[in-house]
Design a protein around this ligand. Structure first.
Ligand code: PMP
Length: 426
């Protein structure tokens, strides 16, 4: 029990911030869904390696060989963490956004993409960039079962030939609610479609096993997984990746480049992971992600999830006791969720509320539309009552919300301070 209640050590847990009311407090980072603080263990691993890094893949020197080995071992560690199947590839990218844009770039011509309007923009928009790909946008479902029905219905009406891809989040960055990924994958596969899971908000909270989920690809970012900014992952099936033009053209992706008889420059591209990893890779970023994967796996997702359930329970209970607080939810108040929750407060503009939590309590949350405009429009539009209730008319319609999010490094005190602060401000 004691172990369950102990947060994992993260950086920044002793940062002091001034309050407008005088004095200072320890910063309470409750914005893990945007970027989680790095695990101390990740920092230590990176610090131990940093003095030794050298160019990867191309250098003959000892440090280059060491870096290449660490980079490729990191790929293997991430593959093991995700339970990758034989033949799956792990590509290191810049972020979830980059991973999903990469996948969009390699879709076979004529692919039909199915995506719920509720997705984060990183999962909603990349498909539009392909003129030879058709996108079907699916209405927001109001239950996990309805999500599966909606997808089934849409897939049933598509032409029974040609490639198709479903893109869905594993856990919402707005409501924290878990999506029925396994069921959606089964529906996709039953109709000959593939599925990519935007796991940006799932990987930090739950064990994600690509084979168990039967997902064709998963995408996520290091900076939400207790590793630093600048590196992400796209893992999954190799065939579409192998057959497509490289995502970036340049060194590393090209196996042979020569002037042809006509004077043109001709290129043979690599077929493996190098095909889509042109340029010098972010070896430290990849190493940090692998370190975070190992640290979380060692801590145990059962333990982390149990602790997180306690914290979510405390936040929900605390907010329920404050009049005028409306928690945003697509699937209903009892839907299982990760440690991410958004709400509005009657009579408040959410931006002002978030600013007050920072200035008066040293609490860092996020406000706004969380890069999921259609979803927030649906939820806040549906939840807010009279016009102008959440802000004065000259501020325009208060289409925004406050998001609190936490994870493996969150101490109880941050959650208690947050619940107290919301009550006091209201
Ligand atoms: N998908 C989801 C569900 C997210 O929460 C985010 C980040 N807010 C992204 C994609 C994009 O991640 P990144 O900004 O790291 O590319």
């Amino acid at each position: 029990d004691q172990a369950i209640c102990t947060p994992l050590p993260v950086l920044g847990c002793d940062v002091r911030v001034p309050l407008v009311t005088g004095g200072e407090v320890t910063y309470a980072a409750l914005d893990y869904a945007a970027s989680a603080p790095a695990l101390q263990r990740v920092w230590d691993d990176v610090a131990a390696y940093a003095p030794y890094y050298g160019s990867v893949h191309r250098g003959a020197g000892y440090l280059s060989q060491l870096s290449t080995e660490l980079f490729e071992n990191s790929r293997a560690d991430v593959a093991a963490f995700l339970g990758c199947r034989d033949g799956d590839q792990v590509l290191f990218t810049r972020s979830t956004t980059d991973s999903l844009n990469l996948l969009a770039a390699v879709l076979p011509t004529g692919t039909r993409v199915f995506v719920f309007e509720t997705e984060h923009h990183a999962a909603l928009l990349p498909w539009q960039r392909r003129a030879d790909v058709a996108v079907t946008y699916l209405d927001a479902p109001r239950s996990p079962a309805q999500a599966v029905e909606t997808l089934e219905r849409a897939l049933a009406t598509r032409e029974p030939y040609g490639p198709a891809l479903v893109c869905v989040t594993g856990a919402s960055n707005v409501t924290g609610e878990l999506w029925p990924v396994r069921e959606l994958a089964a529906a996709a596969h039953a109709h000959g479609a593939r599925i990519v899971v935007d796991a940006a908000q799932l990987v930090p909270h739950q064990r994600v096993d690509i084979a168990e989920l039967d997902a064709d690809w998963v995408a996520f970012s290091g900076h939400k997984l207790y590793a630093p900014f600048g590196a992400g992952v796209l893992a999954g099936r190799a065939d579409w990746l192998r057959e497509a033009r490289p995502y970036l053209a340049g060194g590393g992706a090209s196996r042979r480049v020569a002037r042809g008889a006509s004077g043109e420059v001709e290129v043979d591209w690599h077929e493996g992971v190098a095909r889509h990893e042109a340029g010098s890779p972010n070896v430290i970023g990849a190493y940090a992600i692998a370190s975070a994967c190992k640290a979380l796996a060692e801590a145990g997702f059962d333990r982390l999830a149990e602790r997180e359930r306690e914290l979510i329970g405390r936040v929900r209970e605390g907010l329920a006791a404050v009049p005028g607080v409306r928690v945003l939810s697509l699937f209903g108040p009892d839907a299982p969720s990760v440690g991410v929750l958004s709400f509005t407060v009657d009579g408040w503009n959410s931006s002002h509320f978030a600013a007050a939590l920072s200035a008066e309590y040293g609490i860092g949350v996020r406000d706004g539309l969380f890069c999921a405009h259609p979803l927030v429009r649906t939820l806040v539009g549906a939840e807010s009552s009279a016009e102008g209730e959440c802000g004065s008319p000259d501020e325009g319609a208060p289409l925004n919300a406050i998001r609190v999010s936490f994870g493996a490094g969150t101490p109880d005190e941050h959650v208690e301070r947050f619940v107290t602060a919301v009550g006091e401000l209201v």
